[in-house]
Ligand binder design. Structure first.
Ligand code: HEM
Length: 462
């Protein structure tokens, strides 16, 4: 396993980012099930942050934690065809997202990825950044109007990214009023959040899951709204193609080879995969900056000096390196998608470890991003690591907020542009202070998030 190659300043006081304390001893069966269903990132022991591979088993199925970047490359790139999405993840997500790209497999996945890839090209993303800028400006003004108040930044960032996603997906051209649409989306996505103990114990799909039954009504209603929205747009494109906005919905409708049901599944997938993830990272970035005054000063100075000189918002992510580095470091410490797990179709070997067919392999950004052999001061917030001059020291397979290989996040560039634009416009005039005595408690639902929200005071800085 490669060891740390970063060369960071030896001195400097860096903020230690809160996280559950790893166990010294493995958990027993009962506490394992309890922890895995209440907060899965708490199951890990100290070994998981020190060793390249850990071999175990669950209900008779072997599982292998792969922390070695060379092993990650083998699994997710070189021999990716030998692996499918883990059944537990599919049991949770597939009833909601159906044949969307995130949950599709095999031939369906290949066809869908091919149809959708042209939608997320730099040219299209560049076109969407103007909307990201306009929505972020309005949002930042709204925050400024609440200056002096303590707000739940976790909730606020979800509102912002939902608004941006809705504007870039549908240009607000939806089949209901925006408030009830937002409400039904929240209810629908809320049912994605938690692992059901039945799933963890491998119970067959026909057994009813209480958590999921509750979401059934909201799912039917939400899917109905999405289907109507697609029909409305189809009608508009047919009547007057020039008048249809050039947003993700129009691009999906025009994509080659997607049925109406597949367009619906993929719209829902984008909403599921592309809203809370970015929101969590934005909230963590603001929290981490509030605890690291030196880093915050660098970001503010950059925004003050560089932002007024910048042109088109598609250039900001490259021209605001400190702002981007703070966001990337926040995604290292709190990867929104903390596990990329797979099941082996046939036997394989990764590093020194034999992988039997049917074994679960666990590639965990949560572990790899804080691994002692890979990072200098792994638990500390040091955005410098991600400045362009230091970037080469980070192995491609040790930093995986967006995954890697054929199933790498299709929205990565969308999210990065959105985040830098939103941060720059919020931090231009505002500062966010965390005034609670206790650090936030970190929990994994589907994303890694602060338990019970993230109260922060909004202060005008100039
Ligand atoms: C900070 C924000 C985001 C993070 C951290 C993130 C993370 C990820 C990760 C780790 C994967 C790979 C999962 C795996 O290999 O098991 C993924 C896949 C995916 N993401 Fe994202 N994502 C983000 C934003 C977005 C956005 C904005 C969209 C769409 C608008 C999106 C859509 C998708 C889709 C459709 C897939 C499935 C790709 C495939 O399987 O071919 N994501 N994302």
């Amino acid at each position: 396993m490669s060891t740390t190659t970063e060369t960071l300043p030896a001195t400097g006081r860096f903020f230690r980012a809160p996280a559950p304390v790893p166990h010294a001893q493995p958990l027993g069966f009962v506490s394992f099930v309890r922890t895995a269903t209440s907060n899965p990132i708490e199951i890990w022991g100290t070994r998981a942050f020190k060793e390249p591979y850990i071999v175990g088993s669950w209900l008779g199925v072997p599982n292998i934690v792969v922390n070695d970047p060379a092993g990650v490359r083998h699994l997710l790139v070189e021999n990716a065809r030998n692996y499918v999405m883990q059944p537990l993840r599919q049991r949770i997500l597939r009833p909601l997202l159906r044949d969307g790209l995130l949950t599709a497999e095999g031939q369906l996945w290949r066809r869908t990825r091919k149809a959708i890839a042209p939608i997320f090209t730099p040219r299209h993303i560049s076109g969407l950044t103007e909307t990201m800028q306009a929505r972020s400006e309005i949002f930042a003004e709204g925050l400024a109007a609440r200056e002096g108040r303590e707000l739940d930044l976790s909730h606020e960032m979800a509102m912002l990214t939902f608004d941006i996603l809705q504007a870039t997906l549908f240009s607000n051209d939806i089949a209901s009023d925006p408030d009830s649409f937002a409400q039904s989306t929240r209810e629908f996505l809320g049912s994605m959040g938690k692992i059901d103990p039945l799933d963890l114990l491998g119970a067959p799909a026909f057994l009813p899951r209480l958590r999921r039954l509750k979401g059934k009504k909201s799912m039917t209603y939400f899917r109905g709204l999405i289907a109507e929205t697609i029909e409305k747009r189809r009608g508009r494109i047919a009547r007057d193609p020039e008048s249809a906005p050039n947003d993700l919905l129009t691009l999906l409708i025009k994509a080659d080879g997607l049925s109406s049901a597949e367009i619906e599944d993929n719209l829902i997938t984008f909403m599921g995969a592309g809203h809370e993830t970015t929101a969590r990272s934005l909230a963590w970035t603001l929290y981490l900056l509030s605890q690291a005054p030196q880093e915050r000063a660098l970001v503010e100075a950059e925004i003050d000096a560089v932002l007024p000189t910048l042109g088109h918002p598609s250039e900001w992510a490259d021209k605001l390196p400190h702002t981007r580095a703070a966001f990337e470091e926040a995604m290292r410490l709190y990867p929104p998608a903390p596990s990329l797990n797979r099941t082996a179709l046939s036997p394989d070997k990764v590093g020194p470890i034999d992988i039997p067919a049917g074994a679960t392999v666990l590639v965990m950004p949560w572990l790899i991003h804080r691994h002692e052999m890979l990072w200098d001061r792994p638990d500390h917030f040091i955005p410098n690591r991600f400045l362009p001059e230091n970037r080469d020291a980070i192995d491609r397979y040790q930093y995986l907020p967006f995954g890697v290989g054929p199933r790498v996040c299709i929205g990565a560039s969308f999210a990065l542009n959105e985040a830098v634009i939103a941060l720059a416009l919020m931090l231009k005039h505002l500062r966010f202070d965390y005034e609670q005595a206790a650090a936030p408690e970190v929990v994994q639902r589907i994303t890694v998030q602060p338990a019970g929200g993230l109260p922060m005071r909004v202060v005008r800085r100039r």
